[in-house]
Design a protein around this ligand. Structure first.
Ligand SMILES: [Zn+2]
Ligand SMILES: [Zn+2]
Length: 110
């Protein structure tokens, strides 16, 4: 199965990250929301899927320090709070896209 790949990942502002995808889609993320959506074993109980990460424990000014590709399916992010076990797969990133278009389709229109 072909996975849509990011062609460009960049910091848009102090708290925003942007990804351009191979299908032309332009994703926008609030970096803190991205941090909160982490599904690694530290943030989410592996067996039960229960979220261990509390939003209160993530600083408002959290930033990605380092973004590196993992194979051709994910990116690895090191955060300013020291968290670095999270892998963000491309489908996960697309699901969590916060651009106007995706936010609009999520809320189901008016
Ligand atoms: Zn995590
Ligand atoms: Zn989008």
């Amino acid at each position: 199965m072909a996975v849509t790949q990011p062609t460009d990942i960049r910091q848009l502002g102090p708290a925003e990250m942007g990804i351009t995808w191979s299908d032309g889609h332009e994703s926008v993320y609030q970096v803190r929301d991205l941090r909160l959506s982490c599904r690694c074993a530290v943030c989410v109980e592996e067996l039960t899927g229960v979220r261990r990460l509390s939003a209160d424990s993530v600083p408002q000014d959290i930033r990605p320090v380092e973004v590196t590709p993992v194979g051709n399916y994910a990116i690895h992010i090191v955060w300013t709070d020291g968290h670095q076990s999270g892998i963000f797969t491309f489908p996960h990133l697309r699901e969590n896209c916060q651009c106007a278009e995706c936010e609009g389709s999520k809320s189901g229109g008016d």
